[in-house]
Write a protein that binds this ligand. Structure first.
Ligand code: GDP
Length: 295
């Protein structure tokens, strides 16, 4: 495991003269530690650089109380800045529509189908909703089957049209079905590719403009680290999504993608996925994520 920031800074400040105060010299030295810690947590390098510049300004000239070690003060400044950048309190999803329409986007393997099931489960059990899942991945029969299984696990109906290869039509028909059957939320699971490609982007943009979702969520695997930023940027340029779902945080990643994405696309992270089971879903807490990034 990596050394955590507190340990790193402790070591650095000990090696420096004038330990009692955060000065220009020891800030420059210790910011290297901060940057290393962020990079180890998979924060994008450009984001890590601009973050440390901000921290430098905040740290300089701060008088260290005799009861607080300069390393501790520095950790606190870094922690608070991380939490505030990742955005104050948790922001809910928009369920105003009747039915409310939620569109999933993201690369293949990011966890869209799993998250669709988890969200349906949460809305049903915690918020008294009657969701309908819509299977719009027309390229992989296995994906439709996976959504069917997920729906069965959480006791939520799945709308699918095995012969139809037009995802826009399927999504529209699913919404019609929801109206007819009294479902108040439609969760639209879409196809992803292993890498960004033009056809996938066009398709999801077409689905979005046809169904006019109340909420478009971008799902991203937190283990993809540095790459997560580029993916988020491209999806946001095409879809202008409303929120981010960070999956696979039960793995050993420190979750630096949270900071990178928040900084680069400036959209709130709304949920985190913490396992393969249908109840492994949490709302996003910036403070906890800051702790995790710092180790
Ligand atoms: P999709 O292609 O975007 O629909 O992705 P899937 O929902 O099929 O997920 C891809 C793989 O990641 C599956 O094996 C899931 O079980 C797994 N997965 C999804 N979310 C999580 C999570 O939060 N934690 C873990 N450990 N695995 C996850």
């Amino acid at each position: 495991m990596f050394e955590n920031l507190s340990e790193r800074l402790d070591r650095s400040f000990k090696l420096l003269k004038g330990e009692g105060k955060i000065t220009e010299i020891n800030v420059a030295e210790t910011l290297k530690d901060v940057r290393k810690a962020l990079l180890d947590a998979d924060v994008n390098y450009k984001v890590a650089k601009s973050f440390t510049d901000t921290v430098k300004e905040k740290a300089l000239g701060q008088n260290v109380l005799t009861s607080v070690k300069p390393s501790q003060l520095m950790v606190k400044i870094v922690h608070d800045e991380l939490a505030s950048l990742m955005g104050g309190t948790a922001i809910d999803i928009n369920l105003a529509g009747s039915p409310a329409i939620i569109l999933m986007s993201g690369l293949q393997g990011s966890g869209k189908t799993t998250f669709s099931g988890k969200l349906a489960n949460m809305l049903k059990t915690k918020r008294n909703k009657k969701p309908l899942l819509a299977a719009c991945d027309v390229y992989r029969p296995a994906a439709i089957e996976q959504l069917r299984v997920v729906g069965e696990q959480v006791g939520v109906p799945v709308y699918m049209e095995l012969e139809n290869k037009n995802p826009v039509e399927i999504a529209m028909n699913a919404i019609r079905e929801a109206r007819a059957k009294g479902n108040d939320v439609v969760i639209v699971d879409t196809a992803g590719r292993l890498a960004i490609d033009e056809q996938m982007m066009k398709e999801i943009a077409a689905i979005k403009s046809a169904i006019q979702p109340d909420e478009t969520l971008f799902v991203v695997d937190s283990m993809t680290g540095q790459d997560a930023v580029n993916t988020a940027k491209e999806f946001n340029e095409r879809l202008n999504f409303d929120g981010v779902v960070l999956t696979k945080l039960d793995g050993d990643t420190r979750g630096g993608a949270a900071l990178s994405i928040r900084t680069v696309v400036d959209k709130p992270i709304k949920f985190v996925g913490t396992g393969e089971k249908m109840d492994a879903l949490d709302t996003f807490h910036p403070e906890r994520m800051a702790d995790r990034i710092l180790g």
